[in-house]
Ligand binder design. Structure first.
Ligand code: SF4
Length: 123
């Protein structure tokens, strides 16, 4: 490493360690480089956060352990992707909505990826 006049030296455990002082231009370039590295990571983290919020369990979600749910073997994650709430005739939401209503569980939301034994293929 080349030591320049603006660089410094400090005693460290009996040895002399050198360090480089950055010129204001070098410092600005490093800051800009770090910013450019951070922006895509922060953007990806924000998108992931939005995805998590969109999938967040609503307060009025049906409790899979409730007697009504267990009576119809309701689960929040279907074992058979060909049969799930979003493609059930009784699902009361858009097929892209992660949660929606179901007349069998009035006042509660069922998971779009859920399933129960009353599943009926959407016409
Ligand atoms: S009937 Fe069952 S499968 Fe159909 S939307 Fe309601 S909970 Fe989901």
């Amino acid at each position: 490493m080349e030591v320049r006049p603006q660089d410094g030296c400090v005693p460290l455990n009996g040895q002399i360690a050198t360090f480089q002082r950055l010129t204001p231009k070098e410092n600005a370039m490093q800051t800009r480089r770090k910013f450019i590295q951070i922006v895509p990571v922060a953007g990806a983290a924000l998108l992931a956060g939005r995805e998590v919020l969109a999938q967040a369990r609503p307060a009025d979600a049906l409790d899979p352990k409730s007697p009504q749910a267990t009576g119809l073997k309701y689960v929040e994650k279907t074992a058979n992707p060909a049969q799930k709430c979003t493609n059930c005739q009784l699902y009361q939401a858009k097929a892209t909505d992660p949660w929606g209503g179901c007349p069998l569980f009035a006042g509660k939301k069922v998971a779009g990826e859920g399933w129960c034994s009353a599943w009926v293929k959407k016409a």
